[in-house]
Write a protein that binds this ligand. Structure first.
Ligand code: NG6
Ligand code: CA
Length: 507
């Protein structure tokens, strides 16, 4: 493992890259990232879920390496997605918090992102699914009725088919490349996050039209689309509005189409599922099937999606030389605004596995997520790894894999962890910073959470946020559940880690 300093960046170039790999893998592999939304560490059966089975995700683990110490960059979506696509900590940049549906693009257009780097390596690059990184230039208002730019195509993707924000935010439409799909010029789309526009019913005024009630404490009671009220107001675009039950099937088909038409050259697919974010309303094939309510049903749908993508690679003859990386953008939440019985039906299931907290939290469950890598031509399967690794590391690691040099203005926080990704090295990342309301640094056995004045518990979602005005220090090896704050016993350790965190912030 090496930090991507200039010298190491050069050594990560073509020579050390492809030539060091097994012969079968010398043709650049296809790379597919399957990114789940709000899936907890314990939410799939190969990570301990007992109530339902996720055979397709489990099979990835059987045929690849299953990581137990891997982290999303943040405990929420937008900053984690920023991190995985840029290799840069999101807290280094303003406006990287959870984005409203009319936010401007937060990815850089003046230097390469992960897809841009892979495009330079000769890849066709697609984003299919949830975007949530803003669209359009800063300081402008998005006109949804015209070509929308800058967006994915200006940040390194050669094809895009996206839901612009989250499933619970307007506009509830797909955008393909720069155009809203099925738009009707006679019914123009308008979006507003400040006040109501148009005459469409809202959850607040017409709760009788809802298929799913919202938590009065959490809003989500604005424009109703597909019998579900959302965050934000939208008018027009009726022919373009999605049906929630069809989203997984639609994006899966788009992904299979992309892989089929790109099979002659290497491709990179960043497939960002909407599952299992709220509002959870999977296809009827899955509704009622988990016995755990719609949240469990959405996990079954996510597993089905993985199975469909794997099956498509098989029938295209691409399985052997395709690397699949499966992970989640942040930890789990039960009630995230909709009363969908996730709380009532969770029973003895622990969505966060053995960890404390959940989505939004500086405790482990916020960012510690399932992470599986499989690539039959390049690595052995059926292995576990407890190496410390972050999603941020994909940039430098995949640059190494594909013979690209990481340039000085790119991916400042990404480490080349290729050998660890392939299960060939057990060397930990020396440290990793995770981000929720506050920052935490993990190094070896230890985790230090910086003092914060934030609330200790988010009452609406019922999650411990890990905030404390005093410094917190946990020994993750002895105390994975972060029960014993040992800061008072190890003042030197606290001092060193706090200083290390400050130094990383200054970098
Ligand atoms: C929160 C929303 C939550 C969800 C989250 C984003 C409220 C009260 N809660 O602000 O429902 O949309 O943002 O989730 O509005 S994420 O996974 O995309 O980060
Ligand atoms: Ca998320």
């Amino acid at each position: 493992m090496t930090k991507n300093s200039i010298i190491q960046k050069i050594s990560a170039g073509l020579l050390c890259g492809l030539l060091a790999l097994p012969a079968a893998a010398q043709q650049k592999p296809n790379i597919v990232i399957i990114y789940a939304d709000d899936l907890g560490y314990g939410d799939v059966s190969c990570y301990g879920m007992k109530r339902i089975q996720t055979p397709n995700i489990d099979r990835l683990a059987q045929q690849g390496v299953k990581f137990s110490n891997a982290y999303a960059t943040s405990a929420t979506c937008t900053p984690s997605r920023f991190g995985i696509l840029t290799g840069k900590y999101p807290w280094r940049q303003k406006n990287t918090g959870i984005a409203p549906g009319d936010a401007s693009l937060i990815l850089p257009t003046d230097h390469r992102t992960l897809p841009g780097m892979l495009k330079d390596a000769g890849y066709q690059t697609a984003v299919i699914g949830k975007w949530h990184l803003g669209l359009g230039a800063r300081g402008t208002t998005i006109d949804w009725n015209k070509p929308i730019s800058p967006g994915p195509l200006e940040t390194g993707f050669t094809y895009s088919f996206i839901m612009p924000a989250t499933l619970d935010r307007v506009p509830c439409v797909f955008v393909e490349d720069r155009q809203v799909v099925n738009a009707d010029p006679k019914d123009p789309i308008e979006v507003n996050y400040q006040h109501k526009i148009g005459n469409d019913p809202t959850g607040l005024e017409n709760p009788e039209q809802l298929r799913m009630h919202t938590d009065p404490q959490q809003g989500h009671n604005q424009t109703i689309v597909d019998s579900i009220s959302r965050i934000g107001w939208m008018s027009g675009g009726h022919s373009a509005r999605w049906k929630d039950a069809d989203i997984a099937g639609t994006i899966t088909r788009k992904a299979i189409d992309f892989m089929s038409r790109s099979k002659q050259q290497p491709f990179f697919l960043y497939f960002a599922s909407g599952d299992i974010h709220v509002p959870r309303y999977p296809h009827s094939q899955f509704r009622g099937k988990s016995g755990m309510g719609l949240r469990g049903d959405a996990i079954l749908q996510l597993d089905w999606t993985v199975g469909q993508l794997v099956k498509a690679l098989d029938s295209l003859g691409l399985t052997k030389n395709t690397m699949i990386i499966f992970s989640s953008d942040n930890g789990p939440v039960l009630n995230d605004g909709y009363l969908d019985q996730a709380v009532e039906l969770v029973g003895d299931h622990h969505p966060a596995g053995p960890f404390r907290g959940g989505k939004y939290s500086a405790f482990e469950a916020g960012a510690r997520v399932p992470f599986i890598v499989k690539w039959p031509a390049g690595m052995k399967g059926n292995r576990n790894s407890d190496v410390l690794i972050g999603q941020l590391d994909l940039f430098a690691s995949l640059a190494h894999l594909t013979g690209q040099t990481v340039k000085p203005d790119e991916a400042p926080d990404s480490f080349d962890m290729l050998q660890q990704l392939l299960g060939k090295s057990k060397q930990n990342r020396p440290y990793l910073v995770t981000h929720a309301g506050t920052l935490a640094i993990i190094s070896g056995d230890w985790k230090y959470i910086a003092p914060s004045k934030g609330a200790k518990v988010a009452r609406d979602v019922n999650i411990e946020l890990g905030n404390d005005t005093a410094p917190q220090l946990y020994n993750l090896t002895a105390d994975a559940h972060e029960q014993q704050n040992v800061a008072a016993q190890y003042p030197e350790k606290v001092k060193t880690m706090a200083a290390e965190l400050e130094a990383i912030k200054e970098k």
